[in-house]
Design a protein around this ligand. Structure first.
Ligand SMILES: N[C@@H](CCC(=O)N[C@@H](CS)C(=O)NCC(=O)O)C(=O)O
Length: 328
């Protein structure tokens, strides 16, 4: 674990001293957008036109933020036009690496050893954390974006005129404000809530986060009693953003991050909903439980000093979920 300071790699863990033991996520620094015609998007600079075989996606199969982009790449039919690399699940003194391993997909552009080299290729004096996902532009030789919430919005529509699957739209205009509201609630309390619990370094900060997390899970559980998906009968962006946290919850967050007031399997609606999303054709292929467990338990030595990866739990995401009846 570390970061770049003026282009030089430094090995250090998150500093929570200034924040009373509370984990604060860094902002993403590359914020441009791929658009239909290459004009500027909501942030960043212009010059990134949607074209097949121009962009490359760097992910970790362990990472919930990167996982969102992989689901979109799959379901929007972008696999043939946006190539992908996947880092090694273990993240230690060099940060993310391309060390050989099961499921690792090497970097075809620079044949890099470390993910931080991709950042300094884009900006030689870069200062900040080296995170995944990263969307790379092979034409302009730079990073377009390292913000997953924005990369999925690009994938949702920018490539529709150049061969993406147009029938799939996870951000219908009529539901946009509801989706934004859901995201604003789910991101701090659940997606980032598990990290705030797990990376807290005081009892108080941990309890604050874990209580908010389970309050939010209870709220979503109630919402899913009558709604098949978060906004009703169709899957939207809000569902995929929640899914990547839920699928990691029982295998990792319950134990490693001490999010253990309940498990997802103890919530009838959330558990059925999680299986429903997992069983969408193509989605299971994007879930690599080995990378997920190995990454968290095997990388965070401040939380798990032995780096032992637990063998369980046994979870079958393929059992029938019965939630079709809610959208009948
Ligand atoms: N806001 C970013 C967050 C990405 C992120 O934090 N990724 C983690 C992996 S799950 C990472 O690469 N962490 C490395 C680090 O913080 O040094 C996004 O959603 O794209």
């Amino acid at each position: 674990m570390g970061l770049l300071v003026e282009g030089k790699w430094q090995n250090q863990w998150y500093d929570t001293e200034a924040t009373g033991g509370r984990f604060q996520r860094d902002i993403s620094r590359f914020r441009s957008w791929v658009t239909v015609d290459g004009s500027a998007g909501p942030s960043g600079i212009e010059g990134f036109k949607a074209e097949p075989n121009r962009y490359h996606l760097y992910v970790s199969l362990a990472c919930p933020w990167a996982h969102r982009t992989l689901i979109y790449r799959k379901l929007k039919g972008l696999e043939d036009m946006i190539s992908v690399s996947a880092v090694h699940p273990l993240m230690h003194e060099h940060g993310w690496t391309f060390n050989e391993g099961e499921g690792v997909i090497p970097d075809p552009i620079f044949n890099a050893d470390y993910m931080h080299q991709i950042y300094t290729k884009a900006k030689s004096d870069y200062t900040g954390r080296v995170t995944v996902p990263v969307l790379w532009d092979k034409k302009n030789n730079t990073i377009v974006s390292n913000e997953s919430s924005e990369i999925i919005r690009m994938f949702n529509s920018a490539f529709d005129e150049v061969g993406a699957n147009k029938d799939v739209n996870f951000l219908p205009e009529a539901l946009r404000s509801e989706i934004d509201e859901l995201n604003d609630y789910i991101y701090p309390n659940i997606n980032n809530g598990v990290y705030k619990s797990g990376f807290a370094t005081t009892q108080e900060a941990y309890e604050e986060a874990v209580v908010d997390l389970f309050k939010a899970l209870d709220t979503i559980e109630a919402r899913l009693e009558k709604n098949r998906y978060l906004t009703g009968d169709t899957i939207t962006e809000a569902d995929w953003r929640l899914f990547t946290t839920l699928v990691r919850f029982d295998p990792v967050y319950v134990g490693h991050f001490k999010c253990n007031i309940k498990r997802i399997v103890d919530y009838p609606n959330l558990w059925g909903y999680l299986r429903d999303l997992y069983q969408v054709p193509g989605v299971a292929d994007t879930v690599n439980m080995d990378h997920i467990k190995t990454h968290y338990y095997g990388s965070h030595d401040t939380i798990n000093p032995t780096l032992i990866v637990p063998v369980g739990p046994e979870i079958d995401f393929m059992t029938p979920h019965g939630r079709e009846k809610l959208s009948a």
